[in-house]
Design a protein around this ligand. Structure first.
Ligand SMILES: Cc1ncc(COP(=O)(O)O)c(C=O)c1O
Length: 385
């Protein structure tokens, strides 16, 4: 057994990020400034977005998107229950109603057919999540949006570097929200990016900084003017220059990070593919998976222990693991507010009962990967039904 505990998802931060953040701190400009703009430009180039707005989190990006689209009380936004709370919380924040539709059995992504069944005259937008980094069926959602006159807002917290039929996630005219939280494929500690066409980002940009018509950098640098006007009651959602400095370094490393994520995922797939008690997720044709998470479903009929105990057994073998996600309709707030039963979303509920996530990050050595594989197979051997 390993001596040291293997953490589930530590950030991959090197000396280069530390140096870049230090330079930003020494520059005398601590908040939104030239490095943020540089990061936005480099990011839009990478994902081939028309425009990008750097913000303080993916949650902020999603919230801004809904506000910029004018979504308000009385409106409905269709989304997945198989996600992190932020995805639906922001719908509540604008006073609209999150309407859940079930997920596909293979990808655990929002099922376009289930979405179509819950569209009503009050529906304003669909908010799909690229779960674990596997892109949703973009064309089906674009068709649905066109047919019903709806907006799309994509939650790409897991999907930086993912592609759908050759198009990078984030290259859409519709809003896409990315996360740079500490565990994500690219991190700035906390942070996020909202992409979309020029018109959508132009609407969101002032909302990220109090609704001001001129940002601080443009007001305070040489030649800037002190005058500004508030055009709407916006939020304080900007990224800062030291964070952007880290982000610029991480962007340069992203491809090598992705290569490692691909290799680790492939090693897990190979090791678990033949084991009847384990069901690795399969990627569909025509996509590039961002490999943010490695979710593994257990087949309970081959095991004498459940998922919770499986995660405990991994911990006993010094392997960090997690569960993505506790479906939102099971959380007290959503359950009680909308009167949900677990079986209302059978795919999401069924997946939750038997899923866990294994360590997947660029810092894993071949020995670490071998240790994870050995631990999983050992648990299956010891607790087979
Ligand atoms: C699917 C999903 N959406 C949104 C978020 C929120 O991201 P952030 O922490 O950057 O606000 C997360 C965070 O883990 C997530 O997993």
């Amino acid at each position: 057994m390993r001596e040291a505990f293997l953490p589930f998802s530590p950030p991959a931060i090197g000396e280069e990020e530390i140096q870049a953040a230090t330079e930003a701190l020494r520059s005398g400009w601590l908040t939104l400034g030239p490095r943020v703009r540089e990061f936005e430009n480099a990011f839009s180039e990478l994902v081939r977005a028309e425009a990008a707005l750097a913000v303080s989190s993916c949650t902020a990006a999603l919230h801004l998107a809904l506000v910029a689209l004018g979504i308000q009380p009385g409106d409905e936004v269709v989304t997945t229950p198989f996600t992190f709370a932020a995805t639906a919380n922001v719908i509540e924040h604008v006073g609209a109603r999150p309407v859940f539709a079930d997920v596909e059995a293979d990808t655990l992504n929002l099922d376009p057919s289930a979405v179509e069944r819950v569209i009503t005259p009050r529906t304003r937008a669909i908010l799909p999540v690229h779960f674990a980094g596997h892109p949703v069926e973009m064309e089906r959602f674009q068709d649905l949006a066109g047919k019903h006159g709806l907006e799309l807002v994509f939650d790409a917290a897991h999907a930086l570097a993912a592609e759908y039929r050759g198009h990078p996630i984030g290259s859409e005219k519709h809003f896409t929200a990315f996360s740079f939280y500490a565990t994500k494929n690219l991190t700035t500690g906390e942070g996020g990016m909202l992409t979309g066409d020029e018109a959508r980002i132009a609407r969101a940009r002032p909302l990220a900084l109090h609704g001001m018509n001129r940002d601080a950098w443009r007001r305070y640098h040489q030649g800037g003017a002190w005058f500004y006007e508030i055009e709407s009651p916006g939020f304080k959602y900007n990224l800062t220059d030291p964070q952007a400095a880290m982000g610029l370094v991480q962007l340069r490393k992203l491809e090598s990070f992705q290569k490692r994520r691909d290799a680790v995922s492939l090693a897990y797939d190979r090791a678990f593919g033949e084991c009847p008690a384990l069901e690795p997720m399969k990627a569909r044709e025509g996509i590039r998976h961002a490999r943010h998470l490695y979710p593994l479903r257990l087949r309970p009929e081959y095991l004498s222990i459940g998922r919770d105990q499986f995660v405990e057994e991994l911990g006993r073998r010094r392997i960090g693991a997690s569960v993505h996600f506790i479906p939102l309709h099971l959380h007290p707030f959503y359950r009680d507010r909308y009167g949900f039963q677990p079986e209302d979303f059978p795919q999401a509920d069924g997946a939750y009962r038997r899923i866990l996530s294994l360590p997947l990050h660029p810092g894993l050595s071949d020995t670490d990967v071998g240790d994870v594989i050995d631990a999983v197979l050992d648990i299956v051997r010891q607790h087979g039904a």
